[in-house]
Ligand binder design. Structure first.
Ligand SMILES: [Zn+2]
Length: 741
C-alpha cells in the first residue's frame, strides 16, 4: 500500500501512532459494550465529534446488520443508514433509517432496466421514492439521498464524510492524479457526480476491479471508507484524512497563503466600530423578503482570507462541495473596498453596489442554468458577506442557521487553502451547482423542515429580564423562537434567565465564530438603563451577537416604599423618574438610531402601571412616574413612526416574582388593608395572601401573574397587533378605576 504502509501492516495500531490532524476517539472499552445499531451510533458520534472529519449535518454512516424480522421471526440483513437531515455528532438510534438489504439491492435491476436512466434523470428521483417499499420494521425515518453510496459497497460498514482536507484534493484541478499520488491503490477516484444509483453502481464496479481499495475519493464532494470491521472502517476514514492533511501541511504556503496579505488588518476597536455601524444597515438590505440573523467572524484565520490578494478571486470561483453551497450559496458577496480608510460611508456605498451586482448575478445564474421544471428562484441575496478589514458576516433564518452558514464557509475557505497549497483550486461547475441547488430532492428536504416559529427571525432586547415580568416576557418570546438579549442591572439574574432559555431550546447547531457572536438563542448583559453608555453598550453587543434589532421590551422599574407620611427622599424621587421614565427615553433614543439604519418594521413595548391613571395616597413618585411613562409611549409612537410601533402594558398588582414587592412592602400592604397574618409566615405565603386580596378587587376576580403581562407583551411585539401603536394595554384583571379614557 503506497502512501500509508502502516494501515496494512498494523491495522489495529493506529491508536498508538501519531495522528496530528484528526482526533482518535474510539475506545474499545466503550465500543465493546455495544452491539448492532448501538455500535453504529457510537461510531457515528465519534466521527461527528471531530469537525475535521465532517461538517455539521454532513456525511453519513451505515452498517449492514442481521436483525430478527418482526413478521417472519427469521434473521434478515438490514441496512442501517443515517437518516436524511440528521447529524453524526448528535445522532441517536432513532436518527437512522433501516431498509431490507435484499430489497434495496433488488432496486439495482429495476434501475438498470429503466429507460432513460442516468445521473440527474427522473429515473434517479423515482428510485428515491422506492425506498418506502424497503423499510424494515416500520421505521419512519427517511433514508439519506446518499443511500446508494452505501448499498452497493460490498462491505458491512461504510463511512461517508466531507473532511476539508480531503475535499481540498477533490476540489483541485488535478484531483485524480493527486488522489493516486497520495493514496496509491488504496483509494478509488470517482469524478463529481450527483449522489444516486448511477454513482453507487459505478463505485460497486470499481471496487470489483480494485478489490484492495479501502475507500473512495469523490470529486468535488468528499470520501467514503469501508470495511467488514467497524473499527477498521473508522480508522481507515481517519487515516485517509490524516494523509490528506499531512500532504497539505507539507505544501503549506505560510505567509504566502492566499497570495499573501493585501490589506493591513484594522485595529480591533475600528473593526467593532464599523461592524456596529454596518450590521443593521446590511441586515435591512438582506431582509427585504424575510429577516435574517447574523454570525460575525473576525478571528485571525478569517481576516487572513478577507485581507489576502487571492481572497476575491477564489471567492468568485464559488464553493466546491454541494453541502457547502446549499448554505453559503454558490458564492459569497466579497465587498470590494480598501479598509485603510476605515470610513463607514465608503464601506456602505461599496456594500450597496456589491449587493446590487450580486443580485443581478444571481438572477443571471438562475436564468442561464434553470431547467424547464426548476422551482422558482429563491432569495437572490448573499448568505455570506466577506469584507476586507472586517471579516465575515454569515446569515441565516436564525442564529443556529447563521452559525451553520459560517461553519460551512469556514470549510470552503479551508478547502481553498488546501487546494491552493497543493495545486489550483477549482469551483464546482455552475450548471452542476444549479442542478443541486434546485434539485427536487433537496427541495423536498427543505419542505420536511419543521414550520418556522412566529418570532424565529426576531432579535429582542428585554430590559429587566432577571426577574418578574421581564423574565416571563423573555421566556414567552423565546418560546416563539425569538433571540433574546437578557439585560438587567443584576447581571447574575440575567444570566440565569438566558441559561434557562438555552437549556429549554438548545444551543442550536453549527460551529463557528468567536467572541460574542458565537452564542446560542439567548445572551445575558448587564444594563443600567439610566446610564446612556451602558444602554448603548447593550445595543452594540446585541448587534455583534445577532446582527440587528427588532424589538425592545422594557420591564425595568423601581418603587421606593414611602414612610408613614407617604413621602420618599428626594434622591429616591429622582431615581424613580430616572428608571421609570428617563431610562426608557434613553433606550428609545439609542434604539431609534439602529432602527433607522436597519429600516425594517420594529417595535417597543414599555411596562407602565394601572397606577398611572389611578390617583391615590401613598405612592406619589411611582404613580407620577408611570403617568409620565404613559405619555412617553404616545410621544415616542409619534416620533418613531412609521417604522417603529411603541406600546405599553399596564399591569396592576403583580406580586409574584416581583422585586417591587419585598417582604416589608407586602407586610405594609397587609396592614393597610387590614388583612390578618402571622409574622412567622414565609414571604411567599404573605405574597399569596396579598395577591388573593388583590384578586378579589378585580372584575374578573383573578390574580395577576407575570405570565399575563408576558402574553400581552408578546401580542404587542408580534405582527398580530401590527396596526397598534401609541397604546397602553391594561393587564390588571379588570379595574374599574383603571379604565383608560
Ligand atoms: Zn456527501
Amino acid at each position: 500500500m503506497k502512501g500509508s504502509p502502516n494501515l496494512h501492516s498494523h491495522p489495529m495500531s493506529l491508536e498508538r501512532r501519531h495522528l496530528s490532524h484528526v482526533k482518535y476517539l474510539w475506545r474499545d472499552e466503550e465500543a465493546n459494550k455495544l452491539h448492532g445499531l448501538d455500535r453504529l451510533v457510537y461510531r457515528s458520534n465519534m466521527l461527528g465529534a471531530d469537525l475535521t472529519l465532517t461538517n455539521t449535518g454532513g456525511g453519513n454512516t451505515s452498517s449492514k446488520l442481521t436483525e430478527r424480522d418482526p413478521l417472519t421471526g427469521q434473521d434478515v440483513e438490514v441496512l442501517w443508514i443515517k437518516a436524511s437531515g440528521g447529524d453524526l455528532r448528535t445522532a441517536k438510534g432513532d436518527g437512522f433509517a433501516s431498509l431490507y438489504l435484499d430489497k434495496v439491492r433488488a432496486m439495482k435491476s429495476r434501475y438498470l432496466s429503466s429507460a432513460g436512466r442516468g445521473p440527474k434523470t427522473e429515473v434517479e428521483d423515482q428510485m428515491y421514492a422506492m425506498y418506502g417499499h424497503c423499510v424494515f420494521n416500520l421505521n419512519p425515518r427517511a433514508c439519506s439521498i446518499d443511500t446508494p453510496l452505501h448499498t452497493f459497497v460490498p462491505y458491512r460498514h461504510v463511512d461517508h464524510l466531507h473532511p476539508n482536507a480531503v475535499i481540498a484534493i477533490a476540489a483541485s484541478v488535478n484531483q485524480e492524479s493527486l488522489c493516486r499520488k497520495i493514496y496509491g491503490d488504496d483509494v478509488i477516484y470517482v469524478s463529481w457526480q450527483r449522489p444516486g444509483f448511477d454513482i453507487g453502481l459505478l463505485i460497486e464496479s470499481l471496487i470489483k476491479e480494485n478489490p484492495k481499495a479501502k475507500g473512495v475519493l469523490l470529486g468535488h464532494h468528499g470520501m467514503s471508507s469501508w470495511s467488514n470491521n467497524d473499527k477498521t472502517c473508522y480508522e481507515t476514514a481517519l487515516e485517509m484524512i490524516e494523509q490528506a492533511a499531512s500532504y497539505i501541511e507539507e505544501h503549506d504556503r505560510g505567509l504566502q497563503t492566499f497570495g499573501g496579505q493585501k490589506h493591513t488588518p484594522l485595529s480591533e476597536h475600528d473593526r467593532k466600530r464599523m461592524l456596529v455601524e454596518i450590521l443593521p444597515f446590511l441586515r435591512g438590505q438582506l431582509s427585504v423578503t424575510k429577516s435574517v440573523v447574523a454570525t460575525v467572524q473576525d478571528d485571525e484565520s478569517m481576516l487572513r482570507f478577507v485581507n489576502s490578494y487571492d481572497g476575491f478571486r477564489l471567492a468568485q470561483l464559488g464553493t466546491s462541495c454541494p453541502d457547502h453551497f446549499l448554505r453559503t450559496k454558490i458564492k459569497p458577496l466579497f465587498v470590494e473596498w480598501d479598509p485603510a480608510s476605515a470610513d463607514v460611508e465608503t464601506l456602505k456605498s461599496a456594500l450597496s453596489s456589491g449587493l446590487s451586482t450580486y443580485r443581478k448575478d444571481y438572477q443571471q445564474y438562475y436564468d442561464r442554468y434553470r431547467r424547464r421544471d426548476s422551482p422558482p428562484m429563491r432569495d437572490p441575496n448573499p448568505t455570506v458577506v466577506l469584507i476586507p478589514g472586517l471579516g465575515m458576516i454569515a446569515w441565516g433564518k436564525n442564529k443556529s442557521e447563521s452559525r451553520m452558514t459560517a461553519e460551512f464557509y469556514n470549510g470552503a475557505i479551508e478547502v481553498m487553502r488546501g487546494a491552493e497549497a497543493i495545486d489550483d483550486y477549482e469551483g464546482m461547475d455552475p450548471q452542476e451547482a444549479f442542478d443541486i441547488e434546485y434539485w427536487s430532492l433537496e427541495e423536498a428536504k427543505l419542505r420536511r423542515m419543521p414550520a418556522e416559529k412566529e418570532l424565529e427571525r426576531q432579535i429582542i432586547v428585554v430590559i429587566g429580564a432577571g426577574n418578574g415580568i421581564g423574565r416571563a416576557a423573555a421566556d414567552r418570546l423565546a418560546k416563539e423562537g425569538a433571540h433574546i438579549v437578557c439585560a438587567d442591572l443584576n447581571e447574575g439574574a440575567a444570566k440565569q434567565t438566558a441559561q434557562e432559555i438555552i437549556a429549554t431550546y438548545g444551543e442550536g447547531i453549527g460551529v463557528a465564530g468567536t467572541g460574542i457572536s458565537n452564542c446560542g438563542p439567548a445572551i445575558a448583559l448587564s444594563c443600567d438603563i439610566t446610564d446612556r453608555p451602558s444602554v448603548a453598550g447593550v445595543l452594540e453587543s446585541t448587534l455583534l451577537a445577532y446582527g440587528g434589532l427588532d424589538a425592545v421590551v422594557v420591564t425595568a422599574g423601581v418603587f421606593f416604599p414611602p414612610d408613614k407620611s407617604g413621602r420618599i427622599e428626594d434622591h429616591q424621587w429622582d431615581r424613580t423618574f430616572a428608571i421609570n421614565v428617563t431610562g426608557t427615553y434613553i433606550l428609545a433614543d439609542e434604539a431609534r438610531e439602529i432602527f433607522t439604519r436597519q429600516n425594517l418594521p420594529a417595535s417597543m413595548v414599555i411596562t407602565t402601571s394601572a397606577n398611572a391613571i389611578v390617583a391615590k395616597k401613598g405612592s406619589l413618585a411611582y404613580d407620577a412616574s408611570k403617568a409620565a411613562a404613559n405619555h412617553l409611549v404616545r410621544e415616542l409612537a409619534v416620533e418613531m413612526s412609521p417604522f417603529v410601533r411603541v406600546n405599553a402594558v399596564a399591569p396592576a398588582t403583580v406580586v409574584k416574582g416581583s422585586t417591587m414587592f419585598p417582604r416589608d412592602r407586602v407586610v405594609a400592604s397587609l396592614i393597610k388593608y387590614g388583612i390578618s397574618f402571622d409574622e412567622k409566615e414565609s414571604a411567599e405565603d404573605l405574597r399569596d395572601k396579598l395577591a388573593a386580596f388583590y384578586a378579589q378587587r378585580t372584575l374578573t376576580r383573578s390574580s395577576i401573574e407575570p405570565e399575563d403581562q408576558a402574553e400581552a407583551i408578546f401580542l404587542l411585539v408580534s405582527k398580530r397587533l401590527s396596526k397598534t401603536t401609541g397604546h397602553i394595554l391594561p393587564v390588571d384583571g379588570g379595574l374599574q378605576d383603571g379604565f383608560l379614557r
